[in-house]
Design a protein around this ligand. Sequence first.
Ligand code: GAL
Length: 699
Amino acid sequence: MEKALHSRDVLLGVCYYPEHWPETMWEDDFRRMKELGLEYVRMAEFGWALMEPEEGVFDFSLFDRAFALAHRHGLNIIIGTPTATPPAWLTHRYPETLNAQANGISYEHGSRRHYTYNSPKFRELSARIVQRMAEHFAEHPGIVGWQLDNEFNCEVFEFYSAADHTAFREWLKAKYGSLAALNEAWGTVFWSQTYTDWEQVHLTRNVPSDSPNPHLKLDEKRFFSDSVISYAQMQADIVRAAAPRHWVTTNGLFGHLDTHKLTNDMLDFISYDSYPMFGRMFPDGGENPLLDRRFSMSLSNVRSISPNFCIMEQQSGPGGWVNRIEQPSPKPGQLRLWTYQSIAHGADLVVYFRWRTATFGTEMYWHGLHNWDNRPNRRTREVERIAEELRRAGQAIAGSRYEAEVAILRDYDNEWDGEFDKWHGGYEWTSTLSWFKRLQRRHIPNDMLFVNEQTTLDQLNRYQTLIYPHPTIIREETAKLLEAYVQGGGTLIIGCRSGYKDETGRCRMTPMPGPLAPLCGVTVEDFTREEPDGSSPSFTLSSQAFDTFATFTSNGFAETLAVTSPDAIVLGRYDNSSYMFGEPALVENSSGEGRTIYFGGVFSDPLVDQLIDRLGITSPASDLLELPECIELTVRSHDKPIFEGQDSGLRIHFLLNYSGQSASIKVRCGATDLLTGKRYVKGAAELDPYAALALVFDE
Ligand code: GAL
């Protein structure tokens, strides 16, 4: 079954913490939520100490009263299991439930997410609170769904308690069967690391130079991910058995967690927490960073799990903890823009974080829709407007799917291996960002596609072009799948450092790019990292194939290529900036109906632009619209008519202006904005700063 949110309307909600406010305020809060146009409220995900004030003593009365009131006001309730915040009595009595750092120092009570998934005691106590909650709330008429825990692997995503070391051994026994197989996979003959007893095997500990065995590092992350998944499965099983009417989700995408597997194994759909101001705080580098627009990339990752999903936390004010994450206020219009950014990428339910800013605690500067003074303000007015627009447009948008003909491929093995391995890790981000950025700015919608053992040819064949920037670890089967995709007519683009590692992270003794070499029609003959001063060999493009005499940088890593296929042509050669002078840097090979482009470097914005031109990839809306770069285009469409009288499925063109300036566009055919009802006639139009439109073009 497809793991997607199935909604007939696009709806809004808000996170609410009744435990933070005098009970006398609740009724007024729920009433005003409804008045504002909100339909969902998420509660309880941090309430363990209230629900189980003493070990084995349960008291759901506060949430009973809050849920009853919310339900009376017609709100749908999303209930969170509270396991992200174990009570003080728990970790005090059972310190073995606490997570620890690699150096053995334990985390302590006082913040959140200080527990470890592998503590048997923590599992037992988690199972009990979830069981009690699920039984207690299963028949509640207001509850529609469950959020498991809160943001698995946020705050901390490495686990080194005693329980984790023990569980790791069991995990390895199941994976390798014998110590001999483990020693072989991890290459422990190197530096006499050979294990002769399972008790000698540990997760990373305090080792000299901070340089543990790299193959262990990779397995460690797979183990962390499996630990979350088995812990979440335990919760999901309990909730589903007790409350089969309710949907089950969890929120966020965090490190060392295969969220695709998590979702496929146990959830109805994934939810995401979108805080685009982080994109402004940590700009993505280069001259023209994407800033808050970079969250469109995160939303594309979310969409690769669930084509329609929920935003469980949508930023609704300035962000900040007392001592960190100081974020400015969203500008007027930006909340609306970010809400439609989520919707444009497939969200059909958007829940704001949070109703009102806390007056105490770590997050008393993480602003909600209301400030402490609880008065209506420009942010609440903006949400009121969005709710009104969605009343008009929501049903036409809900359930429609994001359209893309280009996908950027990713996988967890390379992401996790690349965190530790400096010889390929950073390139992934640089190249992915360049592709995403240039496709974004040229109005070419694109998907992220995560490759794993279950990936099928049908999934690849949905796209005309695939970019797999640096698949260092690649299975033979994946290489065969890519070959079938190209043979069938697809275009595949690959960058340097590809194909040379197997699944254990050991290097192959065949010419690079390993199993991808025949398909790409090249072998790597020589290579170098960038020089200590940051310079890399540069190259020029073939004047027969490109309309430029510019030089391009290999951008951090350079490989010289030997052409091995009679059908290959050299598209670029190194210039006299280095000893690689004259050698091929960029090669195109045709096989079957399709082609590959292999680049012996790390992609950069100018090179990506050239490749987009060479491949003739254009915006699907180029016949309908002329847009400046500051505007994002996404297309969501229905494959069938949704309203009576329609001949075909509706296609909705979302236009999002990330700029604080108004932007000029040209419309080539009459259209109506579903959100405002405004008509656009053929010709020029001016979009407001931070504008968001959902255009339907005249037939
Ligand atoms: C999220 C988290 C929320 C809140 C918010 C703002 O990551 O799920 O509980 O902490 O960030 O900091």
